[in-house]
Design a protein around this ligand. Structure first.
Ligand SMILES: [Zn+2]
Length: 203
């Protein structure tokens, strides 16, 4: 079990899937990776890991001080984005909850100190909590990129990696198989050769 893996060590394990460097949303969707041998790479598992992931993509300062709840919010949006990618790839209706989650992230960016009233202080304005502001902003950027990707010209090229147990998404390049990496392609070829050998033995 690989826990709290840094983005750097994740990159060594698996380079970004095709398209993930152009589309932040694809990169985001692939931030939890199922690896062979039952291993699972979770890049947003802890507040520290999530901060690092955001900072590397200029979505947050490295001292953003994310809390558990912030990392959980990111993971929740990621699952909704994955659900949207899956439905788009399979030609199924977009899940309503996923559409709602993306729209909520798109529209919840705090832009101003809000007017408040309470008995002790009367009317006053409260600036949004800095960390909340950072996280809401990152969620909005990720949601906007997901919405753009899903409705843009590249949506036609979206695919799921066809090498189990890999769960990454990618953009297909013309004529290529649906593998997110050389590693996944090699594993798929090895699995096919193994199946062929067994078939010959059985015949
Ligand atoms: Zn793969």
């Amino acid at each position: 079990m690989l826990e709290a893996v840094t983005a750097e060590s994740a990159h060594r394990v698996l380079p970004p899937a095709p398209g993930a460097e152009q589309h932040l949303a694809l990169d985001f969707a692939n931030s939890a990776v199922a690896l062979p041998g039952g291993q699972f790479l979770e890049l947003l598992g802890t507040p520290t890991a999530a901060t690092e992931w955001l900072a590397e993509r200029d979505l947050a300062p490295s001292d953003a001080g994310l809390r558990d709840q912030c990392a959980a919010q990111l993971r929740a949006l990621r699952e909704q984005v994955r659900a949207l990618l899956a439905s788009r790839i399979d030609g199924l209706p977009a899940p309503a909850a996923a559409v709602r989650a993306v729209n909520e992230a798109l529209t919840s960016v705090p832009t101003a100190s809000l007017l408040q009233w309470d008995e002790a202080r009367g009317l006053h304005r409260t600036p949004p909590h800095r960390t909340t502001q950072i996280v809401d902003h990152a969620l909005a950027v990720l949601a906007a990129d997901a919405a753009d990707l899903l409705t843009g010209p590249d949506a036609e090229r979206l695919a799921a990696c066809a090498s189990p147990p890999c769960n990454r998404y990618l953009l297909r390049t013309h004529g290529r198989r649906h593998w997110c990496s050389v590693r996944c392609g090699d594993r798929a070829r090895a699995a096919r050769a193994y199946a062929r050998r067994n078939q010959l033995k059985g015949a």
